[in-house]
Design a protein around this ligand. Structure first.
Ligand code: SAM
Length: 351
């Protein structure tokens, strides 16, 4: 019988291209069942968020106060282990909103100090960045993605439940002054809500030198039932930008989730526009991520059912072998492509 290869098997073919020792430590890559190598962790720090985005947070979604949030120490041990032994290179903090955690600066400091972490980023609503961006940058945060769906104050409030456009724009300025670079804007496009705002957002972000990514609505969370009516595919988004864009030149996507284009506007100025297209053209073949929710549940994929909880391997003390077994179980169930329908709302595991 052919020998069964393991996801954490040092003798798998991928191992030939993998450094056997990094900083004197033996490494085995994390491979899912389709042999995609995981190097990127999206870590949700909390389900708490000041915003109530219509597509993200179910109306009655409360945050259970008795949920076991991972501590700074536990997060540090986990990231250290995955980096030293399994080739993790990149961490993105998400939520809920990561800025809802009072110990966020300590978390950033702890992860940034892990040898081998090459990129530490955060996705946030940006409402509090004006007061904290410099502190996060000093702690070791490299860059931020800020979610902004419209530049119209009333529409912003209707979509997010918060009159926060001014604060968010101030937060973006502060992030830039703090050297958090590049700044990326994430815009979820929802028919009947902000599908008429794309041209304004594209021109505005180009003027500021900030990358914008228009995101296709995913069938998960509060708009899942009316998804077919609310979803705007990339092709339609590009058509709506037609009147202001003269030329689209595709840029190689690599592991980036966004399909990116170098565009020339009608006035001759140029910029880069991105589209995140999980529904019309998924990027699953290049997926290099795993997700861990704030209660330590592993999600092999944003839209799939939850995987195992890592908590028993983190408490009462860190157990590296148990972590490896649980992650192996999770990755062995990662499908070639995401399912058609999400199982939880994005606020529960972080986008
Ligand atoms: N609170 C942070 C923020 O506002 O960016 C981080 C968490 S939020 C869940 C991460 C991203 O998921 C945001 O850009 C949000 O717009 C996006 N998102 C939430 N629900 C979505 C859905 N159903 N389809 C597509 N994107 C969604």
């Amino acid at each position: 019988m052919p020998r069964q290869t393991s996801i954490l098997d040092p003798e798998t073919p991928h191992q030939t291209a993998w450094p056997a020792r990094v900083n004197g430590t033996h490494q085995t890559p994390l491979l899912d069942r389709c042999r995609r190598r995981v190097t990127y962790l999206r870590l949700s720090l909390t389900e708490a968020c000041a915003m109530r985005c219509v597509y993200c947070r179910p109306r009655r979604h409360g945050v259970a106060m008795d949920r076991p949030l991972l501590s700074v120490h536990e997060i540090g041990q986990l990231v250290e282990h995955l980096t030293a032994h399994h080739g993790l290179r990149k961490v993105r903090l998400t939520g809920g909103d990561p800025t809802s955690r009072p110990d966020l600066t300590a978390i950033i400091e702890r992860i940034a100090a892990v040898p081998g972490i090459e990129d530490l980023a955060m996705t946030t609503h940006g409402l509090t960045l004006a007061g904290h961006a410099a502190e996060y940058a000093r702690a070791g945060l490299r860059r931020v993605n800020v979610s902004l769906d419209t530049l119209d104050r009333d529409r912003f409030e209707k979509m997010t439940g918060v009159d926060g456009l001014t604060n968010m724009l101030a937060g973006l300025e502060a992030a830039e002054s703090a050297g958090l670079h590049p700044i990326r804007i994430n815009t979820v496009v929802v028919r009947g809500r902000n599908d008429g705002d794309l041209a304004d957002l594209a021109r505005w972000s180009a003027r500021r030198g900030w990358d914008i990514r228009f995101i296709e609505l995913m069938p998960m969370g509060p708009l899942a039932a009316e998804w077919a009516d609310r979803y705007v595919p990339e092709a339609e988004m590009r058509r709506s930008l037609g009147p202001i864009v003269r030329d689209w030149e595709p840029i190689d996507q690599g592991h980036d989730a966004a399909r990116r284009y170098r565009v020339t506007f009608e006035d001759g100025s140029t910029t880069t526009l991105g589209f995140i297209t999980p529904m019309s053209c998924n990027f699953c073949a290049a997926c290099n991520r795993i997700r861990i929710a704030s209660d330590a549940t592993l999600y092999p994929c944003l839209m799939d059912r939850p995987g195992p909880s890592l908590l028993p391997a983190l408490r009462p003390r860190f157990d590296a072998e148990a972590i490896d077994r649980l992650i192996e179980t999770g990755l062995s169930n990662k499908r070639p492509e995401h399912p058609a329908q999400g199982h939880v709302a994005m606020v529960q595991l972080g986008g």
